[in-house]
Write a protein that binds this ligand. Sequence first.
Ligand SMILES: NC(=O)c1ccc[n+]([C@@H]2O[C@H](COP(=O)([O-])OP(=O)(O)OC[C@H]3O[C@@H](n4cnc5c(N)ncnc54)[C@H](O)[C@@H]3O)[C@@H](O)[C@H]2O)c1
Length: 386
Amino acid sequence: MGMGRTRVGVLGCGSVSDKYLPDLAASPYVELVAVCDVVEERVRQTARRHDIPSWHTDMDTFLARADFELLINLTPMRLHAPLNLKALRAGRHVFCEKPLATTLAAADELLEEAARRGLTLCAAPNAVLSPTFRAAAEAIAAGELGVITAARGRYGSGGPHEPWFYQAGGGSLFDLGVYNVATLTGLLGPAKGVVALSGVAVPRRIVGGTEIAVEADDNTMLLLDFGSGVYAVIQTGYAYPMYPSSHRGVYDEHSTIELCGTRGVINWLGYDWAPRGIDVRTVERETWERRATDQQGYTWQCGASYLARCLAEGAKPLMTVEHAYHTLEIMLAALEAARSGRRVDIRSTFPWPIVNGVAVDGATLGGSGDTGDGAIRQGAREVIER
Ligand SMILES: NC(=O)c1ccc[n+]([C@@H]2O[C@H](COP(=O)([O-])OP(=O)(O)OC[C@H]3O[C@@H](n4cnc5c(N)ncnc54)[C@H](O)[C@@H]3O)[C@@H](O)[C@H]2O)c1
């Protein structure tokens, strides 16, 4: 495969664009062609700061005039689906910040549109690309922990900086819990059902100097049923800035995910999007063993440049839109379960195991743990090397 470059356009020049744009600019597989934001001053400055030749304040003009193949959608969550759809209809591949959409009907439409046009659609989170994810998946596949029976993920904060996070279509589950949902299903496979409690714990708050009413749930706990008596619990909220650690402490080594099996446990160190490795302890070896502390260039914002590389090389991305869809279905089902007080079944699945050799449901556990795929062992940036 040749060393082509993918022409990229970035939509939304808010806070995360400051993370994405340097990552994209540093990639030899990316040609940054244009940026778009409805706030003119912001998009103009972004283009200047990152040396991007063309900027737009209107998405239609952006799509009509700028010559790019891959759109990176970094707009507020409630706009993801309509703007992704617009981009697909204009023949662009799409990488979207999480979540893919905020309703399942909208997500269905996106998947259909992408399939019909033969376009690639991907959404964050991208934790499956990290060496830490791979190490956890390999330990599970090797049967080191016996059969995984229980798992736990937790991700809270004091709440983000923009009012839209607290409005309909926002909330801590879509903003934060989404990472744990994607990581735990990535490791354990498709979930079959969910029960949950979810509500607003801090009904009024000051955001950007203005007092606002909180509409979207800022406190959610959900339980996932993976079948065969295997369960996971996820806690997420905007109502506790110091748990599991200060958000500034993203680089500390607090465990935020635990996987418990019949013969051992894994503690995932750091957040799943800023992983620091895993600690493994088994009945055969009771001392903790630390693994995968070198992230080999993996960052939470590398999903867009990774997809650009996949497109340039004609490789299949490890992140799948089916997994993003499954993650969305779980989150929506959790909110419905909380409202109704009932368990909600999950219908969708996704290609799994994500790392070759992983097989975790009680029936199939006990793989060799050898992925047989040197490419996957080499880290996020090298993951598509064949
Ligand atoms: N803030 C974080 O730390 C963080 C981390 C990871 C992921 N995310 C996700 O990234 C996305 C963006 O978050 P953010 O914090 O950068 O938000 P933000 O509010 O800072 O930025 C969003 C930008 O989108 C622009 N925008 C709004 N409507 C638009 C439209 N129709 N066309 C073009 N631009 C439009 C806004 O003007 C703004 O500049 C969200 O999906 C969020 O969940 C955020």
